[in-house]
Design a protein around this ligand. Structure first.
Ligand SMILES: NC(=O)c1ccc[n+]([C@@H]2O[C@H](COP(=O)([O-])OP(=O)(O)OC[C@H]3O[C@@H](n4cnc5c(N)ncnc54)[C@H](OP(=O)(O)O)[C@@H]3O)[C@@H](O)[C@H]2O)c1
Length: 327
């Protein structure tokens, strides 16, 4: 709490305690310190304006009330970074991943940096509707009303052509990225309708815009489906007190990216050059995303980190500004 908040807090207590006498007390106080009546009145008006802004902030700025945020797949990578960033904004966060071990490890890391009372963990495989419902129930039981639900859990793919993919891996990509998102929607939207409010975000990725990337067809197909789902949902909630949006994080160095190269070290060295041009670290992107998500009031918004302008800027500046995001 800043000195200004403390000062305004004291003044507002005075206002409540003294009622109409409040302005007289302030004026008398100013007069005792200064001779000029005009200056006294100006000071009074300034203090009163600041007070109104302060009280308005408390009443209307949701960041002042604790927002409860559920993030699927938040034991590492972007989901974890978002959890960390939301905690920086005094939100309460429910961390989730497929196993109790990964959830516990994430909670320990977050607990070392933030107030443990605002962190809750719950294992949940998003492919299983029952587990997603249990995640909602656990979050609600712990913190009450859920403000934001982020369908973040996702898996990538090894770079191969469609027919060369291991069948079980193909199933997992579609199940996690598409069915997982559908399950999140089917649980969170009715829950939010019962609450009377809420915001849901889906995670876009390569392919969401229809752009085709060789070797990433299954992942891109799943993200194209997430994009379609999101746009359809935005229309479906149009007349409801809910917000649906998308998050487009750009390219972020996480396991999802690096795992593609585990058995191809020579390709990794080549890919690193591209990543140094275009990609970012989790801790660079997620504070920015979290801030935008908390401020968004628009149904249908896409919160996008790597806009075409930013990407172009990176390319144009690359001969003059060397980036090394791996050191
Ligand atoms: N990295 C990028 O450049 C990039 C770019 C655009 C979009 N995205 C999207 O951003 C999201 C997060 O990606 P990331 O890069 O942070 O990946 P990541 O580092 O591999 O993390 C994936 C997270 O999802 C969880 N997860 C995986 N399968 C799950 C399942 N079936 N149920 C519940 N949780 C599951 C993992 O937790 P456990 O292992 O503990 O289960 C982990 O917490 C994904 O939707 C991805 O498509 C990423």
């Amino acid at each position: 709490m800043s000195f200004l908040h403390l000062f305004l807090g004291l003044i507002s207590s005075l206002r409540v305690l003294c009622g109409t006498e409040y302005s007289i007390i302030i004026l008398r106080f100013c007069q005792g310190m200064l001779v000029d009546r005009l200056i006294c009145v100006s000071i009074f008006l300034c203090v009163d304006c600041l007070l109104c802004v302060y009280l308005g902030n408390i009443l209307f700025n949701p960041r002042e009330t604790m927002k409860v945020i559920v993030i699927t797949g938040s034991t590492r990578g972007i989901g974890y970074g978002l959890a960390d960033s939301f905690l920086d904004h005094d939100c309460a966060v429910i961390v989730s991943g497929r196993t109790q071990e990964s959830v516990d490890a994430a909670m320990t890391r977050l607990g070392a940096r933030h107030d443990r009372e605002r962190i809750h963990g719950w294992p949940c495989d998003v492919c299983d509707y029952g587990q997603v419902q249990a995640l909602w129930d656990a979050a609600q039981a712990r913190f009450g009303s859920i403000g934001i639900w982020i369908n973040n859990a996702g898996v990538g793919q090894s770079q191969t052509r469609i027919w060369e993919q291991v069948p079980d891996d193909a199933r997992i990509i579609i199940a996690t990225n598409v069915i997982g998102t559908v399950n999140g929607i089917m649980v969170a939207i009715p829950g939010m309708l019962q609450q009377g409010s809420g915001a849901l975000y889906n995670m876009f990725g390569a392919g969401s815009d229809g752009f085709r990337i060789p070797g990433l067809a299954l992942y891109s197909t799943s993200k194209r489906a997430v994009s379609y789902l999101t746009k359809a949902l935005v229309r479906e909630v149009r007349d409801l007190p809910l917000i649906v949006g998308a998050i487009s994080p750009g390219m972020v160095i996480t396991d999802l990216i690096t795992n593609q190269y585990t058995d191809r070290p020579q390709d990794w060295e080549r890919a690193k050059r591209i990543f140094n041009l275009i990609a970012d670290r989790v801790e660079t992107v997620t504070p920015w995303l979290a801030e935008r998500i908390l401020h968004n009031r628009k149904n249908g918004a896409t919160i996008s980190w790597l806009t075409p302008t930013r990407a172009l800027g990176r390319f144009l500046l690359s001969p003059f500004r060397k980036r090394d995001i791996f050191s």
